[in-house]
Design a protein around this ligand. Structure first.
Ligand code: 5CA
Ligand code: ZN
Length: 409
């Protein structure tokens, strides 16, 4: 699959700082010190509806990670998937009497447009589940042949008992896992499983549903977690720097993904850090395609909202916080954007050297975007109150907002 075009990232004077970020697995901060090429995998969309503010907030968080790394002069090898075959996509296609491939292609195209408008840096590899099936099948066969997977009425399940480290990503107890598994695509009630939590790796073909050649597995389609593992191992390998997604993916998705990969390779860990963005809500409930309480990026763009203001709305919340989308959030962002643009449009201003360092430090400190915004707010306020004589300052502020926050002034 192709990704979307990259916006330019201006170089800043001096050099960036290493990222200290909250890791779900350890429950504390870790300092990530990647090699010259930082490796990140972020779980992509299931394309059955348009990009909502919750998705955008999650991708914003991991875009900041990339920008911090680029500022340290590293390259970034970023991989993202598209879950272009899964139950919710098929269910929506049936509901709307639409071909499921057409639905997935249309929504993926809209996602690319939204990401481009928001200046989210594209992944180097943007990979669909369907195109990955030839990579997934041999992994499932290997797990089965190693005794880490078993068959149940034609379906193949992963045995969580095969990974001694199972549970170390989420740190949840068995009961909490069971509840979340039932809520998030698992089938803990299905009789015959070795452990109720065991997730499906390969689903045997069902009448009326699409299926693919699974070699010795028989015709069917891939489970959700093995999809991301196959793509991440193919493009990044074990021990990559950061696995990202929203906090709704901690369990089962990222727990199971880590276990699949650890059982396959005998190595630990799958990722150096597991990083999760908070959930964005509307009217008190998590924004989700299944609930339908959505504010779409594309709808705001159609209404003429500047994408930079949408981006500032996202940046005004800490990525780990759960927060509520309201009209006021957007109104404040529109006002902030106007203040910043007025401040950088003058030929000179107060020195911005300290501001660059403050924004760098804020982001390196667990992606504290609100603190970064406050630093630029303070510069803009000083510019409007007393101005300054530094001719390079307005340009430097613009480049800082663009390079580190993805906001074009
Ligand atoms: N395709 C899978 C991941 S492999 C999936 O979860 N797709 S999704 O379309 O449901 O979500 C895409 C990304 O947005 C995931 O990282 C998910 O955690 C995140 N996300 C979904 N809803 C919200 C929300 N309300 N707030 C913040 N992030 C969200
Ligand atoms: Zn995923």
């Amino acid at each position: 699959m192709h990704a979307w075009p990259a916006s330019e990232v201006p170089a800043l004077p001096g050099s960036g700082r290493d990222l200290r970020i909250h890791d779900t697995a350890t429950g504390g901060r870790v300092t990530l010190v990647p090699g010259p090429v930082a490796r990140i995998y972020v779980c992509g969309i299931t394309p059955y509806d348009a990009t909502h503010m919750g998705h955008a907030a999650t991708y914003n968080a991991f875009d900041l990670v990339q920008r911090v790394w680029l500022d340290t002069k590293r390259q970034v090898h970023y991989v993202q998937n598209v879950t272009d075959i899964d139950d919710p996509l098929l269910e929506r296609a049936v509901r709307d009497g639409e071909d499921w491939t057409a639905l997935a292609e249309r929504e993926t195209a809209l996602f690319r447009e939204d990401m481009t408008a928001l200046r989210m840096l594209p992944p180097r590899h943007y990979v669909g589940a369907v195109e990955s099936i030839p990579k997934i099948v041999p992994l499932v066969e290997r797990l089965r042949d190693a005794g880490a997977a078993y068959e149940l009425e034609g379906d193949i399940y992963f045995s969580v008992a095969a990974d001694p480290a199972f549970g170390s990503v989420s740190g949840l107890d068995a009961e909490a896992m069971r509840l979340l598994s039932a809520e998030r695509g698992g089938d803990p009630e299905r009789p015959g499983k070795k452990n109720p939590l065991d997730p499906m790796l390969w689903m045997a073909a069902r009448p009326g549903e699409p299926s693919w050649d699974g070699a010795s597995l028989g015709p069917g389609r891939p489970g959700w977690h093995i999809e991301c593992v196959a793509i991440a191992l193919d493009h990044l390998g074990m021990g990559f720097d950061l696995q990202g997604g929203g906090s709704d993916l901690v369990f089962p998705h990222h727990e199971m993904g880590a276990s699949h990969a650890q059982a396959l390779t005998g190595e630990h860990p799958y990722a150096q850090a597991y990083v999760h963005a908070g959930m964005v809500a509307l009217d008190g409930e998590k924004m989700s395609k299944s609930r339908g309480n959505l504010v779409f990026v594309s709808a705001l763009r159609r209404q003429g909202v500047d994408p930079a203001a949408i981006r500032l709305s996202l940046l005004s919340h800490h990525y780990r916080a759960d927060w509520e989308w309201t009209d006021d959030v957007l109104t404040e962002a529109v006002e902030r954007l106007a203040r910043w643009r007025a401040a950088v449009s003058r030929p000179d201003g107060p020195s911005a050297d300290a501001l660059v360092e403050e924004v760098r430090e804020a982001l390196a400190d667990d992606l504290d975007a609100p603190r970064a915004l406050a630093a630029i707010d303070a510069w803009a306020a000083a510019q409007s109150a007393e101005g300054g004589t530094d001719e390079g300052a307005p340009g430097l502020v613009s480049r800082t907002a663009d390079a580190l926050l993805g906001v074009a002034l």
